[in-house]
Ligand binder design. Structure first.
Ligand code: 5AD
Ligand code: SF4
Length: 481
């Protein structure tokens, strides 16, 4: 599972291949996880070949595509609100066509066309290569839907158009789908079976990014630790692979090692890790390479063994502690973040206390915390009553948030007085005189710009911090520069 980005980012204007004479304007926006943002870059690439240039102005668009998230009800409501906005624009620009991509498209399928009259096109996450045909249908005045999930599609052959890029960091997807079947989660239904991308195409994409002077790459997957390439095919069929395939198979630790070795100047990140699949090999590869960032997003969801079981998380609280201990033993400075859900069905006050005590043990650097939202079609929705009252979910969530805030501050405080390497990403939101960048542990730091520029690796002395940001002053370039 991924970290959710709450705001949408709209495509930057681009000048792309002009294969077709008839240039059209595409407005594409994304909600939800980084995988959606990355997929929109694949979609922009597919449509560039069809003569679509991206625009930042909704009002100018010939085609509007919204890449949607189904993870919580609120995410879906946000998209419905956006459709209302498109509706208003369509009154001024009646030729504009509207398409829905991503998880909501997959979940609702052609029902979308009935529920939202504005929608012309519904395309699931594995069907983007069919977009040119689907758009032809729409041009001919018909609605078009393709929500077929695939066991093979990884878009490994598509070179993404970097839509919201600062030219410094980019996402590279390595797996698609998820086989874990956590009972609360809609993703296995919307994104289908788990499949890994050919390492060769991953390396080529990263070579290209390095050649374009990108400085940081995040390897993306719903469950990166599950990466397994043995010449194609699903992970669950690995048993049936030939001896040669087994001997030459590439798992996540190997992939990480290969990329880090080939690009020692590139900062490498990955997300998301699943405790039940993360191996010691991965942690050792992280320790071996300086350029692999010392940060692991390791969702726990609940600190109660009983709830973990109800969630079909295939590990115990004790096993999670052992993993945390191993990480801290092998990489003492490693930052760890969590996802936690409050108010899963049947969660008692005692279960909630277990979550708080687990947090006390780990003292996470950051966290992404949510109240349980029942999702249609999931096992929890079918088998369990959503029986924790909303106000109880909210109260527990605010206790979790509060504790996380104090732990984040505790972790940042420990850096005050130290000098750390920062990769500059952009101007600080609060001050144009300051740069903003991140440490290897993924903490945000701001400092006066001086003569440094975006993309520089800089050593910054940390003088102060808030609960989420380090504040400091540059003392020179880092040796990585
Ligand atoms: N309700 C609340 N949060 C959820 N997540 C996934 N499904 C749900 C749900 N039904 C959270 C999990 C996951 C993160 C991406 O979103 O914590 O790790
Ligand atoms: Fe990403 Fe879909 Fe999950 Fe949302 S529901 S986080 S878009 S995979």
């Amino acid at each position: 599972m991924e970290k959710i980005i709450d705001e949408s980012v709209q495509g930057q204007p681009l000048v792309l291949d002009q294969k077709k004479e008839n240039q059209r304007k595409l407005f594409i926006e994304s909600y939800g996880c980084q995988m959606n943002f990355s997929d929109s870059e694949i979609v922009a690439s597919i449509l560039a070949k069809e003569g679509f240039n991206t625009t930042q102005n909704l009002e100018d668009a010939d085609l509007v595509l919204v890449n949607t998230c189904s993870i919580r009800e609120k995410a879906e409501q946000t998209v419905r609100k956006r459709l209302e906005k498109y509706n208003a624009v369509k009154k001024i620009n009646p030729g504009m066509k509207v398409g829905v991509l991503g998880c909501m498209a997959e979940r609702l399928k052609s029902k979308f066309l009935e529920e939202e009259k504005i929608v012309d096109l519904v395309v699931g996450p594995d069907a983007y290569k069919d977009l040119p045909n689907l758009i032809e249908e729409v041009d001919a005045g018909r609605n078009a839907v393709n929500v077929i999930l695939s066991k093979e599609e990884t878009y490994g052959d598509i070179s993404p158009v970097r839509l919201q890029s600062n030219g410094v960091s980019a996402f590279v997807s390595i797996t698609r789908g998820c086989d874990n079947m956590c009972t609360f989660c809609v993703v296995p239904f919307t994104r289908g079976r788990e499949r890994s991308r050919d390492p060769q195409s991953i390396l080529e994409e990263i070579d290209d990014l390095a050649a374009k002077n990108f400085k940081e790459v995040t390897l993306l997957g719903q469950n990166v630790d599950s990466f397994l390439w043995y010449g194609g095919g699903l992970k669950k069929d690995f048993d049936k692979a030939s001896d040669f395939q087994k001997a030459t198979a590439v798992n996540f630790a190997k992939l990480l090692d290969m990329v880090a070795e080939k690009h020692p100047k590139l900062r490498l990140r990955f997300t998301t890790s699943n405790p039940q699949d993360m191996t010691l090999d991965v942690i050792e590869v992280m320790a071996k390479h300086k350029n692999i960032c010392k940060y692991i997003h390791l969702p726990i969801q609940s600190g109660s063994d009983r709830i973990l079981k109800e969630m079909n998380r295939l590990h115990t609280r004790q096993q999670y502690f052992e993993l945390i201990d191993n990480i801290k033993r092998i990489i003492p400075e490693c930052a760890i973040s969590q996802d936690i859900i409050s108010g899963f069905p049947t969660e008692t006050e005692e279960d909630h206390q277990d979550t708080l005590s687990l947090m006390e043990y780990v003292k996470y650097d950051y966290g992404f915390m949510f109240a349980y939202s029942e999702r249609p079609g999931t096992l929890a929705e079918r088998k369990m009553e959503d029986d924790v009252p909303e106000e109880v979910k909210k109260r527990r969530l605010s206790e979790i948030n509060e504790l996380q805030r104090s732990h984040s501050k505790y972790r940042l405080d420990a850096l005050v007085g130290k000098t750390v390497e920062i990769l500059i990403e952009k101007a600080s939101k609060k001050s144009d005189e300051h740069w903003s960048g991140r440490t290897t542990q993924n903490s945000v730091a701001v400092f006066p710009k001086e003569n440094y520029k975006v993309g520089d690796f800089v050593m910054v002395r940390i003088d102060d911090c808030t609960s989420a940001t380090l504040i400091g002053e540059a003392v020179g370039y880092s040796e990585n520069n």
